[in-house]
Design a protein around this ligand. Structure first.
Ligand code: FES
Length: 105
């Protein structure tokens, strides 16, 4: 459980299901994902294998595939799911209020 602050990341309608959006805040870069069911999730944006941004990857269900070597992550938890990605990414709490997606950073 993070003890950070809620930060507005994007408009809720900026993301359709199975789309990704890069969100930079302070020194952090995140990727925000919208699930097929319409939920919003946020994890660290850089692949844990090399420093490639996952916002440029492909979504399949609840999985982001890294655009460089096709390692995969579950964007609901940040869990690395397929090699060469083997280090989990940090996930962040997300909420939607007033048609805006907020991330707890
Ligand atoms: S940079 Fe993502 S799997 Fe290699």
């Amino acid at each position: 459980m993070s003890t950070g602050q809620w930060v507005a990341a994007c408009a809720a309608d900026a993301l359709q299901p199975e789309e990704l959006l890069r969100f930079d805040h302070g020194g952090l870069t995140l990727v925000i994902a919208r699930s097929p069911e319409g939920g919003y999730f946020a994890i660290d944006g850089h692949c844990s294998h090399e420093k490639v941004h996952l916002a440029d990857g492909i979504v399949d269900g609840h999985i982001i595939e890294c655009p460089k070597h096709f390692g995969t992550f579950d964007y609901r938890t940040g869990e690395a799911r397929a090699l060469p990605a083997c280090i989990d990414l940090r996930s962040y709490e997300v909420k939607v209020e007033s048609d805006t997606v907020f991330v707890k950073i």
